[in-house]
Design a protein around this ligand. Structure first.
Ligand code: NAP
Length: 334
């Protein structure tokens, strides 16, 4: 839960902020948080029509734009004081890392270079726990490469803050809902790859609060903040947690590493890549904070999954429960 708010004073003058990736799960929460504090936000998307509901907020402008076009970026950054980059992909269409390179590295460089040219100094970058230039995972390697460019090459001209969250939960996420769905579809037992990998799930509201608090705070310039929730779970624990709160009766079968890798190799070629070799490689390392938890450094008390997930899963009760609830509700109405 967010406790106190030493850094987020009402802005003297509201910023105009350009956000890439503002239509996604984290982006929507962040945009809402920023406009609630008086900032004007320009969200660039590849498809505005798909996100029309965001226009309800008069402080948000959503534009269809090619984020890889330098002139387009310059046009928006020219009238902004802050750039925020949330773009991230967990899977690429390709199989050689070029999709990750483009979305994570090339786009970050382009945005940073355009910010430098247009005089935008403040730059907030979403990375991820596990970002590592040596990683076999393209996701983690390219996230680290983007960080390095910002923090090393742009240090003189940009005030950069990087955030590295663990797995994020909250309204609109798809981890919990995906595993609830997989459990329901499993014939009796759900085979689980990388079951012992550890995560510290972090609440999306805490993540966006970290962004918001760092906006004004010069102590955050040039820093990398790891963001973790209060509890550490193995993947198997997390799936058991989902199973318990969704009321699903299925077994969970942790797969040996060799079988998990084989599963990833096969699923890499299924439509939608439900699991990929890159996912497998990124899950070879625990996804937990190694240094300080950035949330605490920013004065935010991390929220545990218990505050949200049971409620989220309870919204889809088992059929028998819904019948009795329906009868009870009808009694109240009649
Ligand atoms: N969710 C998590 O658990 C988690 C954990 C750690 C780190 N992160 C990082 O947090 C960031 C936001 O995650 P999220 O869960 O909110 O992601 P998301 O819901 O998938 O949203 C991704 C956003 O990026 C844009 N985008 C996707 N592919 C793109 C591409 N190839 N080129 C340009 N833009 C592209 C999309 O914009 P349009 O489609 O509108 O153009 C969308 O707004 C990412 O950088 C992710 O790596 C997330």
């Amino acid at each position: 839960m967010v406790t106190h708010d030493p850094y987020t004073r009402p802005p003297q003058s509201a910023f105009t902020i350009t956000v890439l990736g503002g239509t996604g799960f984290v982006g929507r929460h962040l945009v809402h948080r920023l406009t609630a504090h008086g900032h004007r936000v320009n969200v660039l998307t590849r498809n505005r029509e798909a996100h029309r509901e965001m226009l309800v907020d008069p402080s948000v402008e959503v534009f269809t734009a090619d984020p890889y076009d330098p002139e387009t970026l310059a046009r928006f950054l020219d009238r902004s004081e802050v750039a925020i980059n949330l773009v991230g992909i967990l899977n690429e269409k390709e199989h050689d890392g070029s999709g990750f390179q483009r979305a994570h590295v090339e786009l970050t460089k382009l945005l940073a270079d355009t910010a430098r040219k247009t005089g935008v100094r403040r730059f907030l970058q979403m990375s991820a726990l596990g970002a590592d230039i040596e990683s076999r995972s393209h996701y983690q390697r390219t996230k680290a490469e983007a960080e390095k460019y910002l923090l090393k090459e742009c240090a003189d001209e940009l005030d950069v803050t990087v955030f590295r969250p663990s797995l994020i939960f909250g309204p609109g996420e798809n981890f919990v809902t995906r595993f609830a769905c997989l459990l329901r579809m499993a014939p009796g037992i759900l085979p689980l790859a990388c079951a012992e990998t550890r995560f510290a799930p972090v609440y999306v509201m805490d993540v966006v609060e970290a962004f918001a608090r760092s906006l004004y705070n010069p102590h955050t310039f040039g820093k990398v903040y790891e963001l973790c929730g209060p509890d550490v779970y193995t993947l198997a624990d997390l799936v058991r947690y989902v199973r318990r709160h969704a009321g699903i009766r299925r077994g969970i079968l942790p797969l040996p590493q060799a079988v998990a890798k084989l599963q990833a190799t096969v699923m890499e070629y299924l439509p939608g890549k439900p699991f990929s070799l890159d996912n497998f490689h990124s899950m070879q390392k625990d996804n937990v904070c190694h240094g300080n938890n950035g949330l605490l450094e920013l004065g935010i008390r991390p929220t545990g999954m218990d505050a949200y997930v049971p409620f989220q899963l309870g919204s889809r009760p088992l059929p028998r429960v819904s019948y009795s609830r329906y009868r009870r509700d009808r009694r109240d109405v009649l």
